[in-house]
Write a protein that binds this ligand. Structure first.
Ligand code: GMT
Length: 379
């Protein structure tokens, strides 16, 4: 198939999933065309049948807000026409589903089918905003195929947007071939020179991630177990997290490592992964930790319980329960055997349910089914 993929190229779960999916589809022999305003952050192989088409957004003094969506739609139409795309797969409803719809209108009967994957904040935050609600709903209804990354997100989409249409649940996935290698003691020593335990958090540091809770958990943990905290990512809450670490007197134990594309290398350094988010439609970073054999301590919110099995592959506690999360983290860190068991179970769960082979096939089926539909969306 000839498949177009549009996603946010910046660091974030939806861009990571879209890019990994494109790479996997290319390995299966499909031609994959990424259309975005920048090279997606994990797209490190532009070989063979993977192509990148950059959207140019011209700035003009009249444009206080340059019309990126129109430039994107025009580029999607051009790439579709020139490469005879069968499917345009957009990740994150706003604005990509709308740009995809516009591209279809421009192309008429030769238009590719439009598949939209809902990732989370496009529904839980942005889509709930009064100014975006109607247009998000429109994008969902007008797509030829729609998937959501968890049962939770599907239910929330149906309930909140009152949409009566098929939505496939296709979970996030990981490429297991990347998670074979464990960090060496020397690599660990670079971050934990005194043999401290290593806590890890990876995110875009937005308020929904509750990164201050992560620092507070470390503050409790170090009272009982020598530990360091690695914070990977960039975002608006970084400065507050830094300030809080200083206030709690743990700043020399927190290392802000910035962005990292090869997340699997960092994951294998950790003893416990912390994800105390307010809401998480799936929690790709938790899955990546599990693939590396690292137990997760996080919040019992959104789709996270579909990923982390409480008491088997980690622990999920109510949002904001810092004491509880710290207690579970300490429990894991104090008992190496328990940590190993949780880590092994985490890896096994990730391998059986969320491996790339299984999930990419589900996307292929969605494309095939969508291509088999007529204009009324019937097969
Ligand atoms: O986590 C974010 O805020 C980034 C966001 C994105 O779309 O880039 O991530 C969402 O999509 C991921 C991939 O499907 C999910 O694993 C994350 O759980 C989801 N984030 C939230 O729901 C907060």
């Amino acid at each position: 198939m000839n498949i177009g993929i549009t996603c946010y190229p910046t660091v974030g779960g939806s861009g990571a999933v879209a890019t990994e999916l494109g790479k996997q589809l290319a390995r299966r022999g499909h031609s994959v065309h990424f259309v975005s305003y920048r090279l997606p952050f994990r797209l490190d192989e532009l070989t063979g049948n993977i192509y990148f088409h950059e959207v140019d957004v011209t700035s003009y003094s009249l444009f206080e807000y340059p019309p990126h969506e129109l430039a994107l739609a025009a580029k999607m139409a051009e790439v579709s026409r020139e490469n005879r795309l069968d499917v345009l797969h957009v990740h994150y409803a706003i604005p990509h589903a709308i740009a995809g719809f516009l591209a279809q209108q421009m192309l008429g009967k030769d238009a590719p089918k439009l598949v939209t994957t809902l990732h989370g904040t496009d529904i839980t935050l942005v889509g709930q905003d009064r100014s975006f609600f109607e247009i998000t709903r429109f994008g969902i209804l007008r797509s030829d195929g729609v998937s959501a990354v968890s049962d939770f997100l599907k239910k929330m989409t149906v309930d909140e947007f009152d949409v009566d249409r098929r939505i496939d649940v296709i979970h996030n996935f990981v490429d297991f071939s990347l998670y074979e290698r464990r960090a060496t003691p020397r690599e660990r020593a670079a971050f934990a020179p005194g043999g401290e335990k290593v806590l890890l958090h990876v995110s875009n540091f937005r308020p929904v991630k509750r990164v201050l809770d992560v620092v507070r958990i470390l503050g409790r943990v170090v009272r009982e177990v020598p530990a360091v905290l690695l914070m990977v990512g960039e975002g608006p809450e970084r400065a507050s997290a830094h300030a809080l670490a200083r206030r709690l007197g743990v700043h020399d134990r927190v290392k802000f490592l910035g962005r990292h594309d090869r997340i699997e290398e960092i994951m294998s350094l950790a003893d416990v992964f912390l994800l105390p988010s307010e809401l998480e439609s799936f929690g790709l970073s938790a899955l990546e930790a599990m693939a590396a054999g690292v137990p997760v301590v996080g919040s019992d919110a959104g789709g996270l319980p579909e990923v982390v099995k409480h008491a088997e592959t980690g622990f999920l506690l109510p949002v904001g329960d810092i004491e509880g999360m710290a207690a579970r983290t300490i429990e894991i860190l104090k008992d190496d055997e328990h940590r190993r068991c949780l880590g092994q179970a985490a890896r096994a769960r990730a391998a059986s349910l969320f491996n790339a082979d299984r999930i990419v096939t589900q996307y292929e089926r969605l494309y095939e089914r969508t291509l088999g539909q007529n204009a009324n969306g019937r097969g």
